[in-house]
Design a protein around this ligand. Structure first.
Ligand code: AMP
Length: 281
């Protein structure tokens, strides 16, 4: 594996790689865990060359404390990537990605206005900025994203449409979980031992809501999930929305969508955890 720090070097290497075959890109912010590795494994199976970017993108953080406390573990990340059979680890500096400030404002439309878009102003514009740059730098055949960030995938698809990235397949990958159900996240390391022990209640409650949903209206199911999670110590639901999987718009009745997805964010102490569940097969 080669560690690459400049855009020029990355482009040169990938021009050669593209001439030989397909290129799979897995964008990450580092602090890598088995969730990231599941995306990388899939990329490895489906592409001749695999590039993983490790870049904590400042423009997608609307909270300076979150950016400052975001875990950074470059050495461990490089070792994991090497072990996963990655060809190129792209680990640029902020100046390399943003030689000048990125002032682009993307018209992402309704998919970016709700949930994370409403709670974290500017977040998705920052995601669109960095992912569009990564797509330009790497021109991948396929790019891999986790369904843990369910809304993000819809936003990236919209960005790709706006920017005309046509010959690029965006691949959704399922959520990887701990044995107790907690969705893997780089932020989990910030949980105290006590918080970590209650955090699986999020996934457990979402799963239990699949059964409740058979008899409850959508509004009742939503409220049941919120109330159940809020009864645990440390836990405060920020939002729970049941949306259509394509439009990301909240629905009022189960019959309003063929693919309803429940998207939740919960503060466990001061750690913001996200998860989601599909109410259809
Ligand atoms: P991040 O480093 O958190 O920005 O995540 C990089 C990519 O890994 C994103 O596409 C995430 O959705 C994905 N990812 C993060 N955690 C998980 C997980 N537990 N399961 C599957 N994908 C994940």
């Amino acid at each position: 594996m080669e560690i690459i720090r400049t855009v020029a070097e990355l482009k040169a290497k990938l021009d050669d790689a593209r001439a030989r075959g397909s290129v799979g890109l897995v964008p990450t912010m580092g602090a890598l865990h088995a969730g990231h590795l599941s995306l990388i494994e899939r990329a490895r199976k489906e592409n001749d060359t695999v590039v993983v970017s490790v870049f904590v993108n400042p423009t997608q953080f609307n909270n300076p404390t979150d950016l400052a406390t975001y875990p950074r573990t470059e050495e461990a990340d490089a070792a994991l990537l090497e072990g996963a059979g990655v060809d190129y680890a792209f680990i640029p500096s902020v100046d390399e990605v943003y030689p000048e400030p990125d002032t682009r404002v993307f018209d992402l439309g309704p998919v970016a206005e709700v949930m994370e878009g409403a709670m974290r102003p500017g977040h998705f514009n920052g995601v669109a900025q960095v992912v569009s740059k990564l797509f330009r730098f790497t021109e991948p055949t396929r790019a891999y994203f986790g369904e843990k960030d369910f809304q993000q995938i819809a936003v990236i698809r919209k960005m790709a449409e706006i920017e005309g990235f046509k010959n690029l397949e965006i691949v959704d990958c399922p959520i990887k979980r701990e044995a107790d159900g907690l969705a893997l996240s780089s932020r989990n390391v910030r949980l105290s031992a006590e918080q970590r022990s209650v955090a699986p209640a999020i996934a457990m409650t979402l799963r239990a809501s699949l059964i409740k949903a058979r008899d409850m209206s959508l509004a009742e199911t939503k409220q049941w999930v919120i109330d159940t999670i809020n009864r645990y110590p440390f836990m405060q639901v920020e939002y729970y929305e049941i949306v259509d999987a394509l439009t990301m718009q909240p629905i009022a009745e189960w019959s309003d969508s063929e693919r309803p997805v429940g998207c939740i964010t919960v503060f466990c102490g001061d750690v913001r955890l996200i998860d989601n569940i599909k109410y259809s097969l």
